[in-house]
Design a protein. Structure first.
Length: 214
């Protein structure tokens, strides 16, 4: 089984809870009979998606000479797509920042959110999901409490990830581990975080069970 872990927090684990979730998950897989690859959105060369990429597409078609940024964008997009293509299970470790996902994670999604790759359209205009054979896990941390009916509509990180990877791409979301409220309730922070890390470990174990069955 090929497992891709997308790490989307560059804060140290002592400060960033989703970074600690990533490290906890990886520790559970260490030494096990699975092929694990990490794609760290902060370590990869990932120029932001924009007109330069469309310029590069046009030059590739017409044989034009690419600029440095155009070459980097094409290489980054291909690397992200290759990583996703090779994975059976994709694990995302990411925080809620300012009600949404980090910009670098958005850039990764921009690279792979492509018709003909993640989805396609029929001649009648119906969308067809192309990644129904893949599974996804979300490891998310948010300092406030967004699971209440009043706050849930404001949460645009996990909800967005669900819409993209399940709703559009067709992946089966097999686990969501969300640690929330540790900043809002500092007196309970250690208890909240510790319980969440146990859930992360359990999620990793479920992946290992899937690998045995595969």
């Amino acid at each position: 089984m090929n497992i891709l872990v997308v790490k989307a927090n560059n804060r140290p684990a002592s400060e960033g809870i989703s970074s600690r979730m990533y490290e906890t998950f990886m520790a559970e897989l260490e030494g096990k009979d699975v092929n694990v690859t990490t794609y760290d959105v902060y370590e990869e060369d990932t120029p932001y998606f924009g007109q330069e990429l469309f310029n590069a597409f046009g030059k590739v078609q017409n044989g034009g000479e690419l600029t440095d940024i155009e070459s980097r964008l094409l290489a980054a997009k291909q690397k992200a797509m290759d990583a996703l293509s090779a994975a059976d299970v994709v694990v995302f470790a990411f925080p809620l920042w300012n009600l949404t996902i980090p910009a670098k994670l958005q850039t990764f999604i921009d690279y792979v959110y492509a018709a003909g790759f993640a989805f396609k359209y029929t001649p009648e205009g119906k969308m067809v999901q192309l990644m129904t054979d893949k599974k996804a896990i979300f490891l998310n941390a948010r300092g406030g409490v967004y699971s209440t009916p009043e706050a849930a509509p404001m949460e645009m990180a996990v909800n967005y990830m669900r819409n993209v990877f399940s709703g559009i791409f067709g992946m089966q979301i097999i686990d969501e581990v969300i640690i929330e409220g540790h900043n809002a309730m500092p007196d309970k922070a250690q208890e909240i975080i510790a319980a969440g890390m146990e859930e992360v470990k359990a999620s990793a174990q479920r992946v290992l069970e899937l690998a045995v069955k595969a």
